[in-house]
Design a protein. Structure first.
Length: 435
């Protein structure tokens, strides 16, 4: 935790330092992040989201302790020292139980926080920004802060019980984008005002005090979630405009120990990430773009398979994805309001990447295994590789021999991670792709 706080402190002095947060539970995404951290010899922040991992299993089937064990096993496999790993809990609050009353949802949120802390998560995003069944349409900042302080108190009590006293850090905020992006991009994305962020900090500080939390606990609040002007929907990305966030960047300088945490930073340019970190948006969250890159690489390999393997032996991965998504529409139906060809496009290629919820299903696990097995038995000619994965064509001598299909997927995901690592000051400048 001290290493993270040192990086954030350096950011406040104007150094190009920050940290990116990997928000995914897919093993190949985690492996890619681990390999990047190993190459950079940097700290790796991996976060689990409340709907992915919770006391009931979430959509991954993992409880918090299961998730840490899962990542630790992959880290050992990849040769990454456990000291490099930092675990965060994202959107910890009522997000999974918004259809229940506030008191019911908060009781489950307290159990959620306790499970995360007991498991060893040390970066805690206290997200009580969403309303519950008996809440007004617009939740007052004071209510959000009071609920966040209530959850913080539970976290502190649990940490003390399990021997982690004083080792947690917190992220707060009242303007938190929905997990995973939005269905439709606003015409004019509103950057959080300085007055609003000042109010957010003030009401949270007061709520912590009223909850009986000490100044020392408040000093471990490291970041505030705001809207810097970044977002994406199914087929568009709102690019970061540094000038519009300049007032925010200047304001946070007067708040000792605090930086901004930027959500939904997926799909921005490498230059945008550098500007974000420079503007004290020092914690960059990325999730859907990583599974988007995973899907992109898997589909590219499926096309390569079609060129090199007899049709009757092919995995038919892309059709398998469509069939499963149509059979189980719950994960995308609310987000994709379209028909026929447009719906097919959204299911397969949307930036929101709802397909990420289906990769753990046995049908797709089997198709991916068959794809990897088929490609392990053939040589991929360089012109074919260049057609579908041009960044990986013309490798260094000898590199081709040991590159499995899984390695190709991981390398493709790392192309995204390297842009974040560069902006956060943990890796060298990116070399241009050879095309």
């Amino acid at each position: 935790m001290q290493q993270l706080r040192s990086r954030l402190a350096a950011n406040k002095t104007g150094q190009q330092q920050g940290i990116y947060s990997v928000c995914s539970a897919h093993p190949l995404v985690i492996k890619a992040a681990l390999r990047q951290a190993r190459q950079d010899q940097s700290q790796l922040l991996i976060e689990a989201t409340a709907n992915q991992v919770n006391q009931f299993g979430g959509y991954t089937g993992m409880k918090p302790a299961d998730f840490i064990s899962f990542v630790a096993d992959l880290a050992a496999e990849e040769g990454v020292d456990s000291e490099q790993l930092l675990f965060g809990g994202d959107h910890l609050g009522p997000v999974c139980w918004q259809q229940e009353t506030a008191e019911q949802a908060m009781h489950k949120s307290e159990e959620l926080i306790a499970c995360y802390v007991a498991a060893g998560f040390s970066k805690i995003h206290l997200d009580t920004s969403m309303g519950c069944a008996d809440d007004p349409d617009i939740l007052p900042d004071e209510v959000i802060a009071k609920r966040a302080a209530r959850l913080c108190w539970v976290a502190e009590q649990t940490a003390a019980e399990y021997g982690f006293a004083g080792q947690l850090c917190y992220v707060v905020g009242t303007e938190v984008p929905p997990p995973g992006g939005v269905s439709e991009l606003e015409t004019s994305l509103q950057v959080t005002s300085v007055d609003d962020v000042a109010t957010t900090i003030s009401v949270h500080r007061e709520a912590f005090s009223q909850q009986g939390l000490s100044d020392e606990v408040w000093s471990r609040v490291i970041a505030v979630v705001v809207q810097p002007g970044v977002e994406f929907d199914n087929d568009m990305v709102h690019p970061f405009e540094p000038a519009k966030a300049e007032a925010l960047s200047q304001y946070i300088q007067q708040e000792p120990g605090l930086v901004y945490e930027a959500h939904s930073t997926d799909y921005q340019s490498a230059t945008a990430y550098q500007h974000l970190v420079r503007g004290h948006f020092a914690i960059l969250k990325v999730g859907p773009q990583l599974t988007f890159a995973l899907r992109e690489a898997l589909f590219a390999l499926a096309h390569i398979e079609q060129q090199l393997v007899p049709a009757e032996q092919c995995s038919d991965l892309i059709n398998a994805c469509l069939q499963l998504m149509n059979k189980q529409p719950a994960y995308w139906q609310r987000f994709y309001q379209a028909q026929e060809q447009e719906l097919r496009f959204l299911q397969l290629f949307s930036y929101s990447d709802r397909i990420r919820y289906y990769w753990p299903q046995p049908e797709l696990q089997g198709a991916v295994r068959q794809l990897f097995s088929n490609l392990a038995r053939v040589r991929i000619p360089q012109p074919v590789l260049h057609q579908y994965l041009p960044q990986q064509a013309w490798p260094e001598p000898g590199a081709e021999e040991n590159c499995s299909a899984e390695d190709r997927v991981i390398q493709h995901i790392q192309c995204v991670l390297k842009r974040y690592a560069q902006a956060c000051g943990t890796t060298a400048l990116i070399k241009e792709d050879r095309l």
